[in-house]
Design a protein around this ligand. Structure first.
Ligand code: PMP
Length: 362
């Protein structure tokens, strides 16, 4: 595997090597199918077992009771901005926490269907931190509280769930899904574009508390109706079968190889500490974007020396097999995305490169 680089891309992102190897080995003939998993019916027994495993791994990892549906929706996380608002915001109000670029999009899209009350905004501070509970201006009439648990572009993350005054939390967990345990009973809805922590792009994993469906809008277009998705076990139409297969393998890897979300969190925290350590010890040569209490353990955002040095840094890193470190086009700088599948060795290699770059250029 000498031609595989360490891929720090924010998404689509690196997947666990054993998962890719298994997918490669099974690509032409899935065991018992005599064909690729992507060539057989989504209503076949073989695919039904794959779908069941993907759901049951996610249930086990999150400790979900039977109160929750695990669904697979088309259109990635962006479609969920609209879908959740059509289902649960039409004609009502919800609290939204404006914590970064993705929250802003969720608010804009939600606002087409109902009242999006901004309970807190980090915009004036440049989205450097998440709010404290006592800063939230929650609306007593809100149907739910929407937050983005990890802002991928800015590299900030909630250390724990925000206060919601007993209202269900609705969470865009696209870039930190299954990275650590969560207090799942507080959530009405969790959604995540698959392409960071669980698989390829184009599909959103949706965890929905069943009682929420009683409040959902009637007669929506079927593919945008959670009831239709739930009633049909995500098989109303043809789902992205290959994606669901990879989600099954990736979640199996977290469960069996890593050991669960506590263990996953320990590895993720270790990797993040290593990188923030290099930033903090660099006498300002590397400058982190996030306030220390809101530092993401998934996306580490930082600037390097002068603009010229930053350019050289990115070029030399790529040449050294450390790829995808350029920050999002909207904010610039550098970003190391170290999702679940990024091995500790990859982070070690990046830390070593950063120390050496500072020694020679700083
Ligand atoms: N929310 C967050 C936090 C994200 O990071 C992303 C993708 N980078 C999205 C939403 C949008 O996801 P998708 O491209 O699957 O629509």
């Amino acid at each position: 595997m000498t031609d595989r680089v360490y891929n720090f891309s924010a998404g689509p992102a690196t997947l666990p090597l054993p998962v890719l190897e298994q997918a490669r080995d099974e690509l032409l003939a899935y065991p018992g199918a005599g064909a690729s998993i992507m060539e057989i019916s989504h209503r076949s027994k073989i695919f039904a077992a794959v779908l069941e495993e993907a759901k049951s791994n996610i249930k086990t990892l999150l400790g979900l009771t039977d109160n929750y549906h695990v669904l697979f929706a088309h259109g990635g996380a962006s479609m969920q901005f609209t879908m959740l608002a059509m289902n649960f915001l039409l004609g009502s109000t919800a609290d939204y926490l404006l914590v970064g670029s993705w929250a802003a999009k969720a608010i804009k899209d939600g606002g087409r269907f109902g009242e999006t009350h901004i309970a807190w905004s980090g915009k004036d501070e440049g989205f450097k931190r998440m709010p404290e509970d006592n800063e939230l201006d929650l609306d007593p009439s809100a149907a739910f509280v929407h937050f983005t648990s990890n802002e991928t572009i800015e590299g900030i993350q909630f250390p724990k769930e925000p206060e919601s005054n007993g209202k269900p939390l609705f969470c865009d967990a696209s870039s930190d899904f299954l990275c650590r345990p969560i207090d799942v009973a507080r959530y009405g809805l969790i959604y995540a574009g698959a392409q960071k922590n669980v698989g390829p792009s184009g599909t959103a994993v949706v965890v929905l508390r069943k009682d929420m469906l009683k409040r959902a809008t009637d007669n929506l277009p079927p593919l945008l109706d959670y009831r239709v998705l739930a009633d049909n076990d995500s098989l109303y139409n043809t789902p992205s079968t290959f994606t669901i297969y990879l989600i099954a393998l990736t979640t199996r890897w977290v469960l069996k190889e890593i050991g669960g979300l506590k263990e996953m969190e320990a590895v993720n925290t270790q990797k993040a500490r290593m990188l923030y350590g290099v930033i903090d010890e660099s006498d300002g040569f590397y400058r982190g974007h996030a306030a220390p209490q809101s530092r993401s353990i998934m996306n580490i955002t930082f600037r390097v020396g002068t603009p010229d040095q930053e350019k050289t840094f990115l070029e030399q890193a790529t040449a050294a097999g450390l790829d995808g470190l350029k920050g999002h086009r909207s904010v610039g700088g550098c970003r190391a995305s170290i999702y679940n599948a990024m091995p500790v060795a990859g982070v070690e290699a990046l830390c070593q490169f950063m120390r050496e770059f500072k020694r020679t250029q700083g």
